[in-house]
Design a protein around this ligand. Structure first.
Ligand SMILES: [Zn+2]
Ligand SMILES: [Zn+2]
Length: 186
């Protein structure tokens, strides 16, 4: 998975907050040249986290669609973007569905999710996850993503749940869902 430069990450954070970003705004906010502004938006488009519009970029269409796993509307604050190698893009409503959906997809090129505290998009494979927190804004068991392990630990200490790195979170949510299916059958 390709990581964004600090400047690209900053642009992406602005884009996530405002929903769109023009070349003029990028130049005004960062002081870069027109050519650099174009290069940066092309990097974001190539990473699958932005979509070209005349004079700038918007969030990808998938951000406004339904969850690929449970069909709930996608909440931009919790979104989990999945980009397949063949170019298709999907969004899950939250990390719960994103982690489950990823375990069914074999050819994932990149996955990004929103930091629950700050809203910034993170490489999902490098995020920390709090599972089964009392804070459950979307699917249950709740899965919330954090950039910093220390934030995840503090959140879990305050609001319940346990902290996992990406692969462990994926395994655990799959296990929890399997248990709940068994529970529902009786
Ligand atoms: Zn979902
Ligand atoms: Zn959800």
């Amino acid at each position: 998975m390709k990581n964004l430069s600090p400047r690209q990450q900053k642009l992406l954070n602005w884009l996530t907050q405002t929903g769109d970003l023009s070349i003029a705004e990028i130049r005004a906010r960062t002081g870069v040249s027109q050519a650099t502004a174009y290069r940066e938006i092309h990097a974001l488009i190539a990473a699958g986290v932005a979509q070209k519009v005349p004079g700038g970029i918007t969030l990808p269409e998938s951000a406004a669609s339904l969850c690929l796993h449970c069909r709930r509307p996608v909440n931009p604050r919790l979104v989990f973007h999945i980009h397949a190698s063949e170019g298709s893009r999907h969004a899950a409503c939250c990390a719960h569905c994103g982690l489950l959906a990823l375990s069914h997809l074999s050819d994932t090129h990149q996955a990004m999710t929103a930091d629950f505290l700050y809203g910034a998009l993170l490489n999902a494979a490098q995020a920390w996850y709090v599972l089964e927190s009392d804070v459950a804004p979307c699917c249950r068991p709740s899965a919330l993503a954090f950039d910093a392990q220390s934030d995840a630990e503090r959140f879990a200490a305050a609001f319940g749940g346990r902290v996992y790195a990406f692969s462990a979170a994926q395994a655990e949510i799959t296990r929890l869902m399997a248990l709940s299916h068994i529970g529902n059958r009786k």
